[in-house]
Design a protein around this ligand. Sequence first.
Ligand code: GTP
Ligand code: MG
Ligand code: ZN
Length: 350
Amino acid sequence: MHSEFSLDRLGWSAFYSQQLSLEDLSAGYPARVSNVQRNLVTVLCEQGSLDVVVPPRLATADAAIAVGDWLLIEHEAPRVLRILERRSLVSRMAAGVEQRMQAIAANLDTLFVVTSCNDDFNLSRLERYFTVAKHAQVEPVIVLTKSDLCADPAPFVAQARSIAGDIGVLALNATARTEAEALAPWLGRGQTVAFVGSSGVGKSTLVNALVASEAQTTSGIREHDARGRHTTTSRQMFALSSGAWVIDTPGMRELKLGSMEDAVSAVFDDIETLARECRFRDCRHRDDAGCALQAAVVASRLDARRLDSYLKLLREAERAGQSIRERRAIERRWGRMHRHITSRRGGPGT
Ligand SMILES: Nc1nc2c(ncn2[C@@H]2O[C@H](COP(=O)(O)OP(=O)(O)OP(=O)(O)O)[C@@H](O)[C@H]2O)c(=O)[nH]1
Ligand SMILES: [Mg+2]
Ligand SMILES: [Zn+2]
């Protein structure tokens, strides 16, 4: 592995440099996050690679540090001063009751949504990924792996294209190094891409194929699980000789939407256009009288699956917004109470 990287090689641009004042630069230097494991963050910078400490206020924030992030690191000690504003951020609602946003990868140009030509293939799940990519302002590309394991990948490609609009769709055998070359148009110098999708679809296989020339770099990607499978356990960024950066991520069982109603609307603009014809403005598009969407389903002009997927994602995004607002209100109340108590004690925080 290279021991040092120029800022330019790391993907630095004017967008980031204009965020730093002279004061910032006398306090610290920029570095890019290549690996995140709980509170341990590895960064790459002009001096090489180092592990840095994340202060609690940054570790527990909504959408805390993600692989691909640019950080300002203190000159004096390996400590994070702040996260630079992101060009793009792929995030989801954290699993569990926490109601926090979890950052998946930052400053991406392309999101490779990986699924395989088998049971994993699911149109509604692809629409979910498109929504997350739209919200993140990152271009999604669908990669259908295991083309070699199915009799004919063409029907999978056709189905994916039917919902993809102008999104790219590729089918390939990820275990054949030469086939990964189909991704080259997205892997130019300074580009950052990430692979996301369910466990076992071939994300690491693709990353391995792309970084094949730097063999020892790839050995860190995989760890055996109890069943002897190589399953990815952390998000990690690798350099390609083309000058691009690729991020491998662990398989996701659930990609829960955050508050992103606008992204849902954009992904399903065909449905939203049609919905203007509904008789009532507050139509729920279920069994309401005069619903243009239900009529379109009956007339086979709209897929019932696509309508369900739209309604489900819209409700999920609305609920996420609601629960995030509720959580923040609770935190504000606790914050006020805390300040009140410390001020009565004559402590700080008044
Ligand atoms: N035949 C064939 N096998 C593939 C293909 N893609 C992946 N595999 C195999 O599928 C298995 C899982 O691949 P991985 O690359 O580890 O899957 P992953 O998406 O990284 O999985 P997680 O790290 O658990 O999220 C491996 O045994 C691969 O060799 C493909 O296109 N064709
Ligand atoms: Mg993997
Ligand atoms: Zn309706």
